[in-house]
Design a protein around this ligand. Sequence first.
Ligand code: LRH
Length: 496
Amino acid sequence: NKANHVLAADYGAGSGRVVRGSFDGEMLALQEVHRFSNDPVQLADGLYWDFLRLFHELKQGIVKGTQGLTQPVRSIAVDTWGVDYGLVDGAGRLCGNPRHYRESRNADWMKETLRMVNEEELYTMSGVLPQQINTVFQLVGSLRGNAELRPDVRMLFMPDLFHFYLSGQQACEYTIASTSGLLHAGEDRWNESLFGRLGLPETLFPPIVRPGTVLGRLTDDLCAELRIEPMQVISVGSHDTASALAAIPASDPNFAFISCGTWSLMGMERDSPVLDERSRGLGFTNEGTVSGKTRILKNRSGLWLLQECKRQWERENHIFSHQELVQLAASAPALQSFILPGDAIYLTPGDMPERIRQQCSATKQVTPETIGAIVRCILESLALEFRQTLDELELVTGSRPSIIHMVGGGVQNRLLCQFTANATGIPVVAGPVEATAAGNCMLQFMAHGEVSSLSEVREIAAASFTLETYEPEDSLPWQEAYEIYQKLNRRLAKGL
Ligand code: LRH
């Protein structure tokens, strides 16, 4: 069997990569051909994604990914973080740079929107937990009162926007649209009655396509500019979490997953959304999977806190790699003080070490002073947050997972994987690191008819990557730590 090649472009909030996936009928091999940072830009009027630079990096990745092959690359697909979008007019012009979901005004926009539709109703209609980052709030906030919005303007989620400039075709892919709060829960249909109530014109929303849809081919202009052969452009699970979940190497269906990058998405796969008061109260959201099922999950803080601390330390001239930071944490004292990584105080960029110290001192815990102590506090707190989410998942779904599959960049943080096993008391299978790119590629191979089902995709992922299992250790001190963490949670919930 000769290998088939595809390109996967995976954009996270902190960095992006273009990966070449080669499949020989049994095993998938990934080769990262291009990696770049994703640096949002603060302007006087808000926080933006630098779309033009991100598109430039995509072109670089395509050129590198197509070089030196005996067989042509068959297709490309883009996946990105959720919720964000760009607007494009009838002539195909980008109407401004896409806004960043960490824009601080989103909190006000959410409040404003919730005066038009209440929170409970929005949740039951869409399955999406009302959170200030959601597309629906951003759209209402930024478009409200904009009488000039022309009827030819369309909204395209980030991956759809890349696909449009690659292929000339406009469509919104289902899994990314399922993060918006604008679909009927568990369905691939826009909630048109909601558009009316929120004053959003129906003309804004292009048709929805299913993961695995071939949108078209790279435009002739682009092929000429890059001096490459045409290839197909495919909508896969365009939401990064959907692509990551597709490549979870699970054989037992009773698994929980943690897709750990800037965010940690922790949840389970279900046939249909859970829309009751309890799941809303506990903060679970329902998003679409590549096979049309639901992933019930929590958007929890991931490595964001660590990334922001690292940036702050760099500003203070303390330069460390991630690995060095983890080593410092490994030699810091265990289980000293905890924070709530998901607390709103950590949502916006800034001096995280200071915010962490403040939260610890305000809650009368040991204040972590050294870099190692702060990193350890973050990693242990993340693991305890996973434990809490696991307990809540059990309440909401009625089943306790027997295994946790952890994928994404966070898997390289071995301390975090071990802490997660310790805190939850459940074995953690870590890997693949590049689950998102793997899922993206495999969905393309499915569209090409090389693979027939999602379970086959998962078998191939299990066979193709090295996985590491972490068994739970130190259960007693971690159980005690969890009790302290829960108390902290209750105190902070009361505003103390
Ligand atoms: C993770 C993610 C997550 C959220 C967030 C905005 O990268 O996609 O699922 O939607 O970004």
